[in-house]
Design a protein around this ligand. Structure first.
Ligand SMILES: NC(=O)c1ccc[n+]([C@@H]2O[C@H](COP(=O)([O-])OP(=O)(O)OC[C@H]3O[C@@H](n4cnc5c(N)ncnc54)[C@H](OP(=O)(O)O)[C@@H]3O)[C@@H](O)[C@H]2O)c1
Length: 248
């Protein structure tokens, strides 16, 4: 039996792409899923799919940019399933454009979802995990958290921040002896709805071309499952998963 059986896993951004694929993968391995995102119809459909396949899932409509809603999500997980074993901090957006385009609303949204959302989710589960001396936080960074490229400046900044948050959290919990594992996941190009968050036409054309060789979201779900399945004294801290043919 895998270590995933009966683990309670909160997934933010579960309504599409990597979050949805991860929910399905972990449900098939016996995890109890707590699905979160803003689009209720998608969450409801995913919950039904998981249940039809014999899995366990509940959902709560949640905007990760609201600290209060994240706290309510963690409380709901505890109320329904009695524990929280894993947080998959996955919700994210990628509206790319050159800084000179001054898309300030998009900068604000990226900072709110990709950075503050990640921190609010950690804040919501960390006290509980520390008290229980057990837990696993999995943050979705990106190869954009390792590299920087024109047009991706703010997105890269947010994903570098996620990697810094992952490593800082890892060190703080390791020195505190709380047994909390931290995994930073950095995918390359993955087929999902992420490109739809880019409004700049020039940038969108370049991204569409770059994503011609994108891999499917299940590839990332498999690596997340791998990190969760390790025995509790083993932490997979960093994962970079690219299409084999992706250069940068
Ligand atoms: N696809 C790639 O090539 C790639 C590469 C590297 C890293 N990543 C990272 O992987 C993560 C998942 O992205 P994806 O590729 O699966 O894209 P996606 O299909 O667009 O999924 C993004 C998810 O985030 C949710 N979301 C966005 N804003 C939210 C908010 N304010 N509150 C709650 N949920 C919110 C969306 O749900 P709702 O709209 O329903 O709220 C959706 O479920 C992101 O962090 C992304 O940066 C992706």
């Amino acid at each position: 039996m895998s270590n995933t059986q009966d683990k309670v896993v909160i997934i933010t951004g579960a309504s599409s792409g990597i979050g949805e694929a991860t929910a399905k993968k972990l449900a098939s391995k016996g995890a109890k899923l707590v699905l979160a995102a803003r689009r209720e119809d998608r969450l409801q459909k995913l919950q039904e799919d998981i249940k039809e396949n014999g899995g366990k899932a509940i959902y709560k409509v949640t905007d990760v940019t609201s600290h209060e809603q994240m706290e309510e999500l963690a409380a709901y997980a505890l109320e329904e399933f009695g524990q929280i074993d894993v947080l998959v901090n996955n919700a994210g957006i990628m509206p790319q454009a050159f800084l000179s385009k001054k898309k300030i609303d998009e900068w604000d949204s990226m900072i709110d979802v990709n950075i503050k959302g990640v921190l609010y989710a950690i804040a919501a589960v960390l006290p509980y995990m520390r008290e229980r001396k057990s837990g696993h936080v999995i943050n979705l960074s990106s190869v954009a958290g390792h590299n920087i490229y024109p047009g991706g400046t703010v997105y890269c900044g947010t994903k570098h921040a996620v990697r810094a948050i992952s490593e800082g959290l890892r060190q703080e919990e390791a020195m505190s002896g709380t047994n909390i594992r931290v995994t930073n996941v950095s995918p390359g190009a993955v087929n999902s709805e992420l490109l739809e968050t880019t409004s700049d036409p020039e940038m969108k054309t370049g991204l569409d071309e770059f994503y011609q060789t994108a891999i499917n979201a299940d590839s990332i779900a498999r690596t997340i499952a791998f990190a969760i399945e390790q025995p509790s004294d083993v932490a997979i801290n960093e994962l970079i998963i690219r299409p084999t043919v992706q250069v940068g």
